[in-house]
Ligand binder design. Structure first.
Ligand SMILES: Nc1nc2c(ncn2[C@@H]2O[C@H](COP(=O)(O)OP(=O)(O)OP(=O)(O)O)[C@@H](O)[C@H]2O)c(=O)[nH]1
Ligand SMILES: [Mg+2]
Length: 154
């Protein structure tokens, strides 16, 4: 799909992807400020969170950090693995992983003992996406706090 055809998420996009022996169901939620209040409606049933950061948007980085902090401190997500994707790494002037980790440093203690990985990626070139998803699958499958449904692993 051409990038110009991608529009901001207003409702909910659902997609299914098979990765090895696992079937992943993605629930794509909108990141606009007024939609962030809907996120917690999905926490109780999710097995993993993929949190996407726009690495070119320095202006909204502190808003993103606040939203992330609120999410990780939510009890309904206790023990759930979190993959942080630092997207748009194809853009030369983007923020680096260390830049983003520094901006999110307050959150470290709040992440707790769950699995959490920050992965550089580009949705445009695909770089880093597979690594991130494969990591997530491993974490979800072995997570004793919230085991995946058996029918999603064959
Ligand atoms: N250069 C570049 N542009 C990207 C990349 N990923 C997304 N974009 C562009 O960024 C814009 C926003 O993408 P969206 O997919 O709407 O972003 P989003 O995070 O889902 O936004 P919300 O749905 O509002 O939360 C689009 O115009 C995309 O073309 C990337 O990896 N590199
Ligand atoms: Mg979207």
């Amino acid at each position: 799909m051409s990038l110009s055809k991608i529009t901001t998420t207003v409702g909910l996009n659902i997609g299914t992807v098979d990765v090895g022996k696992a079937r992943l169901m993605f629930w794509d939620l909108g990141g606009q400020e007024e939609l962030q209040s809907l996120w917690d409606k999905y926490y109780a049933e999710c097995h993993g969170v993929i949190y996407v950061i726009d690495s070119t948007d320095e202006e909204r980085l502190s808003e993103s950090k606040e939203a992330f902090e609120k999410m990780v401190t939510s009890e309904a997500l206790d023990g759930v693995p979190i993959l942080v994707l630092a997207n748009k790494q194809d853009v030369e002037t983007c923020l680096s992983i260390p830049d983003i980790k520094t901006a999110f440093s307050d959150c470290t203690s709040k992440i707790g003992r769950r699995d959490c990985l920050t992965q550089a990626c580009s949705a445009l070139t695909g770089k880093g996406v597979r690594e991130g998803i494969e990591w997530m699958v491993k974490c979800v499958v072995r997570n004793v706090h919230r085991p995946p449904r058996q029918r999603d692993i064959t």
